[in-house]
Design a protein around this ligand. Structure first.
Ligand SMILES: Nc1ncnc2c1ncn2[C@@H]1O[C@H](COP(=O)(O)OP(=O)(O)OP(=O)(O)O)[C@@H](O)[C@H]1O
Length: 355
């Protein structure tokens, strides 16, 4: 069964009534719609006092999308906050306005994992890299800063709400040797949450400074795709030691990757290197290799830009299955060639002094 297209999804959303009249699409309530491989998600921006009236609309949209043939997962985020949103901590007030990018106490290095385009495998890479670095004996933190598609809890197999025993700091979660916190864990799937620009910035700052990261050799930040508020806040407010750009070999992903590289350069964040993901498809039955998205595109681009190509990660079923199952391939099949591809990257970053 083929996955629904963007047009199919929009057609279904047009059958959902908006409280003010018309349907939710024509009322302009559907924002940041992403439809990819049987997964659809979008954000509905509403005023905070509309949460009660909008929650059933959100539920109706999710139910209608979930009922579509070929739909695996439909997620709709509301942009109005709930009084019960846990744990609602006040951002710590600095006594003096910080000048220039800050470091995070106890954290030796901050490394951003970025991509120009969504769905290129950035979160899968972040999870596997984190586990691989832990296997190298590094103390690793992983911050999932992708609010519109938080995936690290699923990939690292953690669930439950992070606790805040003192109401000031947040206890992170831990699995596969990695200390992890996700902005997605601050929201409740059935509660509405505001994700406006300023709030995104506040949430990122909370994650950086109020989570008890402990002593870390490196904090990996899995960024949302593109060049938005979260990227800008991270680069401007925090001393980011380096950014790794993930791309697939296709032209379109590469064009977007270039934009990301330019953004980091403008913010003075060194781009440590590029990773080509889904480089070669290796058939899980016969081992036959095929270049589904072309091959060598990222290597060529990296050379042109004078940036190292750090790794070429194959497209392999076991990587996806492991990520979906809550134990990244580096943890579940550490001896496989797929895991080795990530481990080589981890060793390289340690050697380069970035992790
Ligand atoms: N090398 C790979 N081989 C096979 N499947 C992969 C590989 N890398 C990623 N995937 C799969 O591709 C899908 C998208 O990956 P992922 O969620 O990591 O991308 P992303 O760039 O973080 O996306 P987004 O920015 O939209 O969150 C997932 O289902 C993941 O399991």
């Amino acid at each position: 069964m083929s996955a629904p297209s963007r047009e199919d999804v929009l057609a279904v959303l047009k059958t959902i009534d908006a409280p003010g009249g018309g349907d939710i699409v024509s009322a302009g309530l559907v924002r940041a719609l992403s439809v990819d491989g049987g997964e659809a998600r979008f954000v509905m921006e509403i005023a905070p006092n509309q949460a009660t009236v909008m929650t059933p609309v959100r539920d109706a949209a999710e139910t209608a999308l979930s009922a579509m043939p070929g739909m695996v997962k439909a997620t709709v985020l509301l942009t109005a906050h709930s009084d019960k949103a846990p744990p609602d901590l006040k951002p710590a007030r600095a006594t003096a306005a910080p000048t220039g990018p800050q470091s995070v106490p106890g954290v030796a290095r901050i490394m951003a994992i970025a991509s120009g385009k969504g769905g290129v495998g950035k979160s899968t890479l972040s999870a596997n890299l984190a586990v691989a670095l832990a296997a190298e004996g590094r103390r690793v933190g992983l911050l999932d800063a992708d609010v519109y598609g938080p995936s690290q809890p699923r990939m690292l197999g953690v669930s439950g709400r992070p606790q805040s025993p003192d109401g000031k700091t947040i206890l992170p979660l831990r699995n596969h040797g990695v200390t992890m916190m996700s902005m997605g864990l601050m929201t409740n799937e059935d509660q509405a949450v505001v994700w406006r620009g300023p709030m995104l910035m506040g949430a990122l700052q909370q994650m950086m400074t109020q989570v008890q990261w402990g002593t870390l050799d490196v904090l990996i930040v899995d960024l949302p795709p593109g060049t938005g508020d979260v990227q800008m806040t991270l680069g401007q407010k925090y001393a980011v030691d380096g950014a790794v750009i993930v791309s697939t070999p296709q032209d379109v992903a590469l064009i977007d990757a270039r934009k990301g590289i330019d953004m980091f350069k403008q913010m003075g964040v060194p781009v440590v290197g590029m990773v080509e993901n889904m480089s070669t498809h290796i058939c899980s039955n016969c081992g036959h290799e095929e270049h589904i998205f072309g091959h060598g595109g990222v290597a060529k681009e990296a050379e042109k830009l004078g940036i190292p190509l750090l790794a070429e990660i194959p497209l392999h079923l076991s990587i996806r299955v492991a990520a979906d199952g809550g134990a990244p391939v580096v943890a579940s099949k550490p001896e496989s060639p797929q895991a080795e591809a990530y481990r080589v990257l981890a060793r390289k970053l340690v050697e380069m002094g970035h992790a």
